[in-house]
Every structure is written in C-alpha cells, then in structure tokens.
Design a protein around this ligand. Structure first.
Ligand code: NAD
Length: 440
C-alpha cells in the first residue's frame, strides 16, 4: 500500500516506520525542515529505542521516504494518516489548529478518493468536523476514519508491532476492511481489531488515558496516606496487585505523571464532559492530585533544608517524564527545577537522553552533567540528590562514591528505586514516596 504520514513526531514517525517495515511504501511529511533533513540523513529527531535502526533499514530498502512537500506524495497514495500534535489550550481544550490545518492542506492535494485517517488524539466530534472541511475543500466525497494510537514512548515500536488491540472508527465497513488488512501483520497473535463509530473511537482513546491516569493518581494519594499512618505503600501495592481485579500495572507511586498525553487528555476529556452537560468529578480530581504530587518531593526537601536554598547545590537525576524517552513535556522534573531555581538553589542535572531538550528550555540556568562522568558529576559538593525518573542506570549506583562526593548525605527519591534500609546503611538520610524516611 502507498501511505502518506503527516507529522513525524513520536506517533507519526513510529507508525510510518512500522508500516514501512511490513512492506508498505511510506512517505512521512513534516513542516519542520530541520527534522526532515535529519531524517533524510538517516538520523532520528527523537530518542526512541530501536527506531533509528529501523528508519535506516527501510530507507535503504527504498520503502521509507521523507519530505516537506505534501503535494509531491499525496497523489497516488492509497491512505493518508494525520499524526500531528494536539496540545492543551489554556482552557484545557485540545488545540486542534495543527490538525485542521493538516486537513485543509491535504484536501488541496487529494486527487482521488484516498482513505484519510486521524491518528492524533482528538475530542469527540472532531472527525465529523474534519470530514466536512475535507469534503468542502476537496470538492468530492471522502472517507475519514479515526484510528487512535495507544503506544507508549520508550516502548513504542514494540507496542506498535504487538498492540493489545487496534481500534478504528469508520462510517463504512469497507474502510474498516482496508485498515484491517493494513494492520493484519501486527495482529497475528489474535489480538483484536475493533471497529466502531468515529465518535466511539475518539472517546475510547480519552477514556483509556483517563483510566490509566486515575490509577497513578490513586496510588499516589494512597502513598501519601501510607506515609502519615506508618504503612509502606510498596507492601500495600504488592498486597493489592495480586488481586486479578486490580493488577500491578500503573500502580507505582511516584512524583506524578507527565508527558504529552495523560495531562492534556485528562483535561480535554473534562472539558468535553462539561461542554456536553455531563458531570465529571473524577477527572478534575485526577488532575489535581497529579499536580499536587509533583510538589511532594520538593516539600520534603524544603522541610529538611529550609525554604531558602541560596548557596545550596541540588542534584537531579532524571529529567524525561519517564525512562527510555527524551520527551520532557509536562515532566515532573521541570516543576521541581522551577521551584528550586525560585528558591535560589544551584541546580545540577543529569538525564541519559533528555539533557539537550532541557538545555533548550533552561539554557545556562542549570549545570548539566559531564557526558564522560555521567550522573555522578552532578553530585560533587551537592547538598541533596533528587531522583525524578527511574532510568535503569540509576538502579544500582555506587553509594560509597556518592557519599564521598556529596556535601550532605541526603537523597529524595521520587521513584522508590532503593531499599530504604540499604540506603540508610550506606550513610544517607533517605526520603522516598509512601514509605518511612530512613537514616539521618
Ligand atoms: P509531536 O508533537 O511529537 O509531533 C507532531 C509533529 O507533527 C511535529 O513534528 C510537527 O512539526 C508535525 N506537524 C504539525 N503540523 C503539521 C502539518 N500541517 N503537516 C505536517 N506535519 C505537521 O506529537 P506526538 O507526540 O507524535 O503526538 C501526535 C498525536 O498523537 C497527538 O494527538 C498525541 O496526543 C497522540 N498520541 C501521542 C502519543 C505519545 O506517546 N506521544 C501516544 C498516543 C497518541
């Protein structure tokens, strides 16, 4: 199949590359020339494990192409996917400017009844609105399907290649048949292909993300209660997770969820509910609990070091909103950095992949870890270490070396990476989430 993919972000690039991997002829289009230039050189503009190798392989086999020129690729395409960003507006609504712009540009160059598919996460009713724009501008009837994406950054290729399910929203069963055929190589293990109306498909994506976000906010709130009553949230998590009705997924306490999806999607679904005249108590609370959770680690640090951090050096390990990505959108680490800078701290940071993105935002207001010495280079004369992302390389650090480098033996672990008694034995005062503070 000849496919055009509009938008080469975390979703568009992975989707386009995976479609090429199964033998389709895919052209990815973006409006950012620098991105396309990089991709044409075989370099991925984002960090996603395994992606760059897959891009290179498919480019060299002549199945994957990159351009900024939509008009050069759409004519002759069997399908065109739209995977542009839909960020939050100030009022919480999804900002659909890029999406509708992409639809208009596409309509200008459609030369026949190509199947158009919205992969971006969009509120209910967007497909219908986009269809009328498409048909009006193209001057003929069009098929516009919705195909929400459920991949996780950091495991995106695996998720795309082996999805738990594929959901499509269509108006005609024939369109679902074409999409089913396209996805068949990814569904060989009998995972379902679920066809429904565009409205239900749009809603499915938001409900899935709100459900996952609610699990995180729930366990975070329980962690805070555990701390107050002398329980250990990790034991509680183990105690409930074996219940098949509950499970373990998304029940790790921490410093809140971030990223380009959960925060904006929970807010957008809340607005959808309110606009529709439906009540929505849970969605407000999920978001509120999460915003509050992003401050708990700095609260603990302030209670230990005082609220003026002038002259204090604070190290932060982990800046990306989660491991195995360089994405820092709405990352909890950024909330902490802002507060630490406001309180006058000298902030030294490390992340295996996200430092460049943070540097673009904060410039020389932060000190960045030395590439050669890695995370330890942030610890010299540090008054405290804060851990915000659970990268694997932080799991077994050299506590003796850390103790020697740091001015004060203080660790604030926002991801519960370590066994509290072990860190205390290594000479540290150790704060974590939902567990008793040890050492000191
Ligand atoms: P992104 O911001 O990483 O990428 C979007 C890309 O679209 C950018 O490169 C941008 O330049 C490009 N673009 C914008 N307008 C364009 C146009 N008119 N023509 C061509 N390119 C254009 O976004 P993302 O993280 O890939 O997310 C895309 C959509 O998928 C969003 O709606 C998001 O909510 C959803 N989603 C994201 C994830 C995720 O993990 N990131 C997972 C599932 C769904």
């Amino acid at each position: 199949m000849k496919i055009t993919m509009i938008g080469t972000g975390y979703v568009g690039l992975v989707t386009g590359t995976c479609f090429a991997e199964t033998g389709n002829d895919v052209t990815c289009v973006d409006i950012i020339e620098a991105k396309i230039e990089k991709l044409c050189r075989g370099e991925s503009p984002i960090y996603e494990p395994g992606l760059e190798e897959m891009i290179r392989r498919n480019v060299s086999l002549g199945r994957l192409h990159f351009t900024t020129d939509l008009a050069s690729t759409v004519p002759g395409s069997d399908m065109a996917f739209i995977a542009v960003g839909t960020p939050s507006s100030d009022d919480g609504r999804a900002d659909l400017t890029a999406l509708f712009k992409a639809v208009e540009s596409l309509a200008e160059v459609l030369d026949r009844k190509t199947i158009v598919v919205i992969k971006s996460t969009v509120p209910v009713g967007t497909n219908a609105k986009a269809l009328s724009i498409l048909e009006e501008n193209a001057g003929h009837a069009c098929d516009l399907a919705s195909n929400p994406e459920f991949l996780k950054e950091g495991a995106a290729i695996d998720d795309f290649m082996k999805p738990d399910r594929v959901v499509v929203g269509v108006r005609r069963p024939e369109v679902a048949d074409v999409l089913h055929d396209l996805y068949r190589p990814f569904l060989r293990t009998e995972h379902p292909f679920i066809s429904m109306s565009p409205e239900s498909a749009e809603m499915t994506k938001y409900v899935a993300n709100a459900m996952l976000a609610s699990k995180i906010s729930f366990i975070n709130e329980m962690a805070n209660v555990c701390e107050k009553v002398g329980a250990d949230v990790n034991d509680v998590r183990r105690g409930i997770g074996h219940d098949a009705r509950i499970g373990f997924a998304f029940l790790f306490p921490g410093v809140g969820y971030g990223g380009s999806c959960f925060p904006k999607d929970v807010r957008a679904l809340y607005v959808t509910a309110i606009d529709a005249g439906a009540e929505s108590h849970m969605l407000t609370v999920i978001d509120e609990v999460n915003n509050r959770q992003k401050t708990v680690l700095t609260d603990k640090l302030e209670s230990e070091l005082g609220s003026s951090l002038k002259g204090k050096r604070i190290a932060i390990w982990g800046l990306a909103f989660k491991p195995r990505t360089d994405d820092i959108r709405e990352a909890p680490a950024l909330v902490m950095i802002d507060r630490l800078l406001k309180l006058g701290a000298d902030v030294h940071v490390h992340d295996p992949e996200a430092m460049e993105n943070v540097r673009q935002q904060y410039g020389d207001r932060l000190t960045y870890a030395d590439a050669k010495y890695g995370p330890y280079s942030t610890l010299e004369k540090a008054d405290a270490l804060m851990i915000c992302t659970e990268w694997k390389e932080y799991q077994h650090p050299d506590f003796a070396l850390m103790r020697n480098l740091m001015k004060q033996p203080l660790i604030f672990d926002g991801r519960n990476l370590y066994e509290p008694s072990r860190v205390a034995d290594a000479g540290f005062k150790y704060y974590s989430i939902g567990r008793a503070t040890t050492g000191g």
